[in-house]
Design a protein around this ligand. Structure first.
Ligand code: HEM
Length: 381
């Protein structure tokens, strides 16, 4: 027997005003809730269990193939073996000086004493330049920034034709990079994009659709995540003077500090799964074929694991932090994302004496499917 699953309307206006607050209330009232979109898991324990059980919770949530995001075992592991190599520690270390140069250029270009937006003036340009540098894509900054703005508007409109057009526009940007390297052959630049073209799985090269899909998942989604993450981190620093001051003095591990800020206000809200068989969550049973949302933002604030969800405890909370997911789909890009965020924060702290919220403008929250902040007006001195 299954208890009836409580209903909610995740996209109703009042729920979107402060999504974190909504999820906190939902989590304390019920572990799961149903809407016409599917069933959301709010608690840390349930999200971790589902993410670690791909046989019951499949990632193939639609007919659309996303590599590796929508793949299940055993195919998923074959692609992850290829993808994980791109994020090995030695590679991330050798990229770091170039990302520092980009961060310095972004920080040096920021005005002092007047309003700057942490998301659009710092997060977007830094994320786009850093990602283009890593992939070896020249002269795409304007194109990618334009695409990010279009994609953001399309996502918020929730109109399928607009999101499909944005996806097609992104594929065209990626395909240009792929075709350019194919034309150059042996003379193609030595970068991760070229390397991906030369990769094989079971002795066969990857087909173009899979290469474009991998590159799309390395860029399209993650440019937004990186910009949103910087917005959250800079908002936290601006509103927590003692943490800012400690990091300025080199006290504490910067990567661990950033992870904890993102745990408290996780901008990467949810990932989807679909049940392959009947699945039990506490007293509830999800029928086979149920679409399930793993709510990372909620799980990362579960009082039964973290106590007061807003208490900043980087060291104590790191083992249970779910910002980069868990299980077989755990974020492969984490080492790259962490290095970029650490470099951005260190460079900004080194280039300023104070980061505070601008007095004359309000920070504005993002809404589904993105979390964190849409705008964080800052004043740098
Ligand atoms: C702050 C930045 C980032 C956050 C918060 C983040 C978060 C996540 C999370 C929660 C997942 C798990 C998805 C799931 O279980 O379905 C994931 C997967 C993934 N992430 Fe990230 N990510 C970030 C940056 C990046 C970057 C920079 C890259 C690549 C350049 C990247 C590439 C991926 C890919 C390819 C997957 C799918 C892995 C798979 O399905 O096996 N991410 N990410």
């Amino acid at each position: 027997m299954s208890a009836p699953i409580p209903q909610w309307e995740p996209l109703a206006e009042p729920q979107l005003v402060d999504q974190r607050d909504t999820y906190d209330r939902m989590r304390s009232a019920c572990p799961v809730a149903r809407s016409p979109r599917g069933v959301t898991l709010f608690r840390h324990e349930d999200v971790v269990a589902a993410a670690n059980d791909p046989a019951t919770y499949s990632s193939a949530t639609s007919a659309y193939r996303a590599v590796p995001n929508s793949l299940d075992p055993p195919e998923h592991a074959r692609f992850r073996a290829v993808i994980d190599r791109f994020f090995e520690p030695g590679r991330i270390r050798s990229l770091e000086p170039r990302i520092r140069t980009i961060a310095r250029a972004v920080v040096d270009g920021l005005p002092r004493g007047v309003g700057v937006d942490a998301v659009t003036d710092i997060g977007y340009p830094f994320a786009v330049r850093a990602q283009a540098e890593w992939l070896g894509w020249d002269d795409v900054e304007g194109q990618l920034l334009g695409w990010m703005a279009d994609n953001h508007r399309a996502t918020r409109s929730a109109e399928r034709s607009r999101t499909a057009a944005a996806a097609a526009a992104f594929d065209a940007i990626v395909l240009t990079q792929v075709q350019h390297r194919r034309q150059l052959g042996c003379a193609a630049p030595d970068d991760p994009t070229t390397e991906l073209l030369r990769m094989t799985i079971d002795g066969a090269p990857l087909d173009d659709a899979d290469i474009v899909s991998i590159l799309r998942n390395w860029t399209a989604g993650d440019l937004g995540s990186m910009a949103a993450a910087l917005g959250v981190v800079l908002h936290f620093l601006a509103t927590h003077a003692t943490v800012q001051s400690a990091l300025r003095r080199g006290i504490g591990d910067c990567a661990e500090a950033i992870d904890e800020m993102l745990r408290i206000d996780d901008p990467f809200l949810v990932n989807r799964r679909v049940t392959t068989v009947a699945a039990r969550v506490g007293e509830f049973v999800l029928a086979p074929g149920t679409r399930v949302y793993l709510n990372w933002t909620s799980a990362n604030r579960d009082e039964t694991v973290f106590g007061n969800p807003d208490a900043y405890r980087p060291r104590e909370n790191s083992a249970h932090n779910l910002v980069y997911g868990t299980g077989i789909h755990v974020c492969p890009g984490r080492p790259l994302a962490t290095m970029e965020l650490v470099v951005a924060v260190q460079t900004l702290l080194a280039g300023t004496s104070r980061i505070e919220l601008a007095a004359d403008a309000e920070a504005l929250r993002e809404t589904y499917p993105v979390g964190g902040w849409r705008h964080v007006p800052l004043r740098l001195s």
